[in-house]
Design a protein around this ligand. Sequence first.
Ligand SMILES: O=C(O)C1=C[C@@H](OP(=O)(O)O)[C@@H](O)[C@H](O)C1
Ligand SMILES: C=C(OP(=O)(O)O)C(=O)O
Length: 433
Amino acid sequence: MNVKIDGRRKINSNVIVPPDKSISHRSIMIGSLANGVTEIENFLFSDDCLATINCFKNLSTDIEIRNDKIIVKGNGFALSAPKQILDCQNSGTTTRLLLGILSTQEFESILTGDSSLKKRPMKRVTVPLSQMGAEFEFLEKEDFLPIKVKGSKKLKPIEYTLPIPSAQVKSALIFASLKAEGKSVIKESPKSRDHTELMLKHAGANIKSWEKDGVYTVEILPSQISSIKIKIPSDISSAAFFIVLALICEGSSVVIENCILNPTRTGIIDVLKQMGAEIKIEDVENRNGELVGKIVARSSNLRGVKVEKNDIPRIIDEIPILAVAAAFAEGKTIIDHASELRVKESDRIKTTVEMLKSFGAECYELENGLEIIGSREKLKSAVVNSYKDHRIAMAASIMACAVEGESTILDADCVSISFPNFYDILFSSTKKI
Ligand SMILES: O=C(O)C1=C[C@@H](OP(=O)(O)O)[C@@H](O)[C@H](O)C1
Ligand SMILES: C=C(OP(=O)(O)O)C(=O)O
C-alpha cells in the first residue's frame, strides 16, 4: 500500500497513542512463564506482538482475548515442544527473548522470520546462552535465522558484560538465568530499557538491579514467577512521531496522555528539549515500577544538537524521527556511536539518510551515524521509499505533513508492525493549514 499525504498540515489535539510494544511482548512472555492467570489490559495488537502471541500459543500456552483483555494461563515454565516452526515474522524482540526462554526448555524448536529478520544477527544471544549450556544450530547461515535451539534443565549461571547495551540480549539472559543453578550477574553500560527487570520484580522474581559509576548491574537468582495484572501504557516510541509533528508544523500542539516515561525510554524528550523544543511532562505516576504520564508539545524553533553517546540506547528507535526534527532545525545535528541502527528492520543509517534526501534535506551518512544540516527552506514533497521499515515509513509521513505539496510513502502498510492505526490517527488529527 502506498499512502499520499497532502502537505502543510497542522495538529491541535489529543492523540491516543497505541500501547507500548516492548511491554506488550514481555507481558505475554512473563504471563506464559508465571504460575497462574495473568490479565493484560491495553495490549498492542500489532504484527510484532501478534507474532509473540502466536509463538507462545505454538508452545501450548493458553492465551485468550476476552473483552479487550488478554488472559494468559501460565504453567510455570512448563512449555511444550512446538508442533510447527516458530515464526517470529519481523520481530527482533520476539526472537531474541524467545531464544533466552527456550534455553530453559529441554525440547528442540526451530525459529525463523521474514527476509528482514533473517538478516539480523543472533550470535549476540546464542554465544552467552551457549555458555550457560543451551545448544544452537544455524540452519542456513552462521549468525542468522533459521535457528534450531535445544535448552537444558541444568543451565549454568552466567557472569556477563554486554559488549553493546541491548535490552533484547539482557532480557534473553535474564529469562535463562531465572532457571539456572545459581546466581547470574549481567552488566551493561549505559543502561538499556529495563522493562523485563521491572515486570519480573513485580511478579516476585528474585532480581536486584543497580547503577554505579555508569555501569548497570542485574543480579538474578533462580526464581518462580507469580501471575500479575498489567495495564500497558502508551508507547513513547510511537508518541515521538506526533511530538515531532507538533514541533515542526506551524501553529500546532499535541497532548499525549498515559504514556510510558521510564527514564530508559525518554531520551527523545531530553534531546528534543536540548534542541529547544517546547515539551512539558505532567501528571507523572508510578505504575508497578514504570513511570507513566502526560506529554504536551507545541511548535518550536529547533536548533541542531550533538547527541551524547550515552543517550544512544535511550533513543535508539527514535533516531529516524529525530533526524526529521533535525532537518527542520537551524544548524547541524550529529548522531554518532549508533552502529546498532545498521542491524534493525533496515539499515536505518542508510534508509534515514535516503528518506531525508528524497525530501531535499542536506544530510550525510557517517560510519556509525548521520549528520543533518537543517534546511527548512529547501525541503519539498517527495515520493519516498519506506524500505518496508515501519519507523522509516512513519518518520517520512511526518516529514510529508510539514512540507508543501503532495508526497507519496511507498509500502506504508509496514506501520502495522508497531502502530496499526497510524494513518487513521494522522489524517483525523491533522488538517491543512
Ligand atoms: O527489548 C526491546 O523491547 C527492544 C530493544 C531494542 O533493541 P536492542 O536490544 O537490539 O537494542 C529496540 O531497538 C527494540 O525496538 C525493542
Ligand atoms: C527495532 C525494532 O524492533 P525489533 O528489534 O523488536 O524488531 C523497532 O521496533 O524499531
